[in-house]
Write a protein that binds this ligand. Structure first.
Ligand code: HEM
Length: 128
């Protein structure tokens, strides 16, 4: 049964969105290996759980303005041989697709704008 799309942003739905996104990501031939090489392909594993928690906190920080995420989001992306503009475009495509599956359009727009802004900044810093 098709689930009603979400009309609110809260931590619980962000966690579900993040999990759904990375489950898509690891199956993707272009972007998946960046993650599976580091964390493996089992999103229930301890390392994945830690990553999903970190990313849920990151999105909660961007969307709800809380401060559970205190990391440096750009940093690990400097140490990724083979990262490309094409990989970023695919990352964004899958992120937007996940957002459309979970949120109503009006909320989805905020997530998409945030992801576009961050990706643009990352690519600029990475010279892509
Ligand atoms: C092709 C595009 C991308 C790839 C392949 C990628 C890959 C990765 C990987 C493998 C990690 C884990 C690094 C580690 O802990 O060893 C990571 C961390 C992270 N990524 Fe990305 N990423 C991409 C784009 C993005 C974008 C567009 C965003 C934000 C909108 C983002 C946000 C983050 C954040 C917040 C972390 C955690 C940083 C920390 O350790 O605090 N990434 N990424």
């Amino acid at each position: 049964m098709l689930r009603e799309r979400e009309q609110t942003v809260n931590e619980e739905i962000i966690k579900r969105m993040v999990k759904a996104f990375y489950e898509k990501i690891i199956k993707d031939p272009l972007v998946g290996p960046f993650f599976t090489d580091r964390f493996g392909a089992d999103t229930e594993s301890a390392v994945w759980k830690e990553h999903l928690e970190l990313l849920s906190n990151y999105w909660a920080m961007l969307m709800l303005g809380d401060n559970k995420y205190t990391g440096r989001p750009m940093r690990p992306h400097f140490d990724m041989p083979g990262i490309s503009r094409k990989a970023f475009e695919q990352w964004l495509f899958l992120f937007h697709e996940t957002i459309d599956e979970i949120y109503i359009l009006k909320i989805g727009e905020y997530f998409k704008n945030q992801s576009n802004d961050v990706a643009r900044r990352f690519m600029l810093n990475l010279g892509l």
